[in-house]
Design a protein around this ligand. Structure first.
Ligand code: CUA
Length: 353
């Protein structure tokens, strides 16, 4: 090859490498965007399990990965070896010997893959059984009803008489049985570090369980296409120590404290006089709607709008000003609230600790 041909080839080669590196950098830069603003970024990876059933899933994945790697290396190795070992040499003048059929080889490449597939099948069955079977009735198991809405998650703690949304607060070390359902379309509850995907159907209860070993925030995402804001339907499990959890339960069970602040009181009047009460519940008031999230202790949550926005004054105002602009196809409509009403409502909602 002469020099004039070699240069364009090298240039194309360099360009391809540069493009690959840029693509890799872009993907790496995009990863932290998964974390909510103001909350420490975490990798919600199924390969970083934080509970026993997610650990069982990660184990199966690792075994499959190892087996697949061995198969890949052996098969590709044989291909590369054959290509070099049996390539046509300059001294070859005739066709190589043509062979057909090799009983031993054919038996081997039939039985070996069959054994591998059977092994994977048994492993998957065992893991499914682990995930589907509640652990023996250890003391203090609890149940949470997980209800999918377009586009947010509702959590009901029937034994504790608590209803909340978006933040699923659980105690560490305890088995939490989840009863999943949906009020509209099919959603799927998935906290990669804690459980496998479990569908939430209308008119049907699916069960699964989670257990978090250490306190922390475990992020998740609705995993079944459920409408224009499917990608905006987030979830977080907040695992707290048993003592912190008991404290949280006490706070959630108590009615919200009446604020002495004038703007917040004005906000409460706006709330109770407007369409808000048709959809939202605030304990101790006339607001008993069941369509949207229960707002009794909304100020105690980390996020609003189904996990899209961190729970800050600015974000509450943005949300109230035009919900569908932030979350396309949200059930909450644009109520065309005046700025003074938005300010008053925000002050009120922020007192609901
Ligand atoms: Cu709910 Cu996707």
């Amino acid at each position: 090859m002469n020099g004039s041909l070699r240069t364009p080839i090298r240039r194309a080669w360099l360009l391809s490498c540069a493009l690959l590196i840029m693509a890799a950098l872009a993907l790496t830069a995009a990863a932290p965007a998964l974390a909510q603003e103001g909350v420490p970024p975490q990798q919600p990876s199924a390969l970083n399990p934080a509970g026993p059933n997610s650990a069982a899933i990660a184990d199966v994945f690792n075994i499959v990965l190892i087996m697949a790697t061995v198969v890949f290396v052996v098969v590709e190795g044989l291909i590369v070896f054959s290509a070099f070992r049996f390539r046509r040499k300059a001294t070859d003048t005739s066709e190589p010997v043509q062979v057909h059929g090799n009983t031993k080889a054919e038996i081997a490449w039939t039985i070996l893959p069959a054994l591998i597939v059977v092994t994977l099948f048994v492993l998957a069955l065992q893991t499914m059984q682990t995930l589907g079977t509640k652990p023996a009735a250890a003391e203090g198991q609890m149940t949470v009803k997980v209800i999918g809405h377009r586009f947010w998650w509702e959590y009901q703690y029937p034994d504790l008489n608590i209803t909340t949304a978006t933040d699923l607060v659980i105690p560490t070390g305890k088995v939490v049985n989840l009863e999943l359902s949906s009020v509209d379309v099919i959603h799927s509850f998935w906290i990669p570090q804690l459980n496998g995907k479990t569908d939430a159907f209308p008119n049907h209860i699916n069960t699964t369980w989670i257990q978090a070993n250490i306190p922390g925030f475990y992020y998740g995402q609705c995993a079944e296409l459920c409408g224009p804001s499917h990608a905006n339907m987030r979830a977080v499990v907040i695992a707290r120590t048993p003592e912190e959890f008991d404290q949280w339960v006490k706070e959630q069970q108590a009615p919200p404290v009446q604020s002495a602040e004038a703007l917040a009181q004005q906000g409460q009047q706006v709330f109770l006089a407007s369409a808000c009460i048709g959809c939202h519940t605030i304990s101790g008031t006339a607001a008993q709607g069941k369509v949207g999230p229960n707002l009794t202790h909304v100020a105690s949550r980390t996020s609003i709008a189904g996990g899209m926005l961190t729970n800050t004054e600015g974000n509450i105002k943005r949300w109230l000003a035009n919900p569908p602009a932030i979350k396309p196809d949200s059930v909450m409509p644009n109520l065309n609230l005046s700025q003074s009403n938005i300010d008053a409502l925000t002050a009120y909602l922020q007192t609901l600790k």
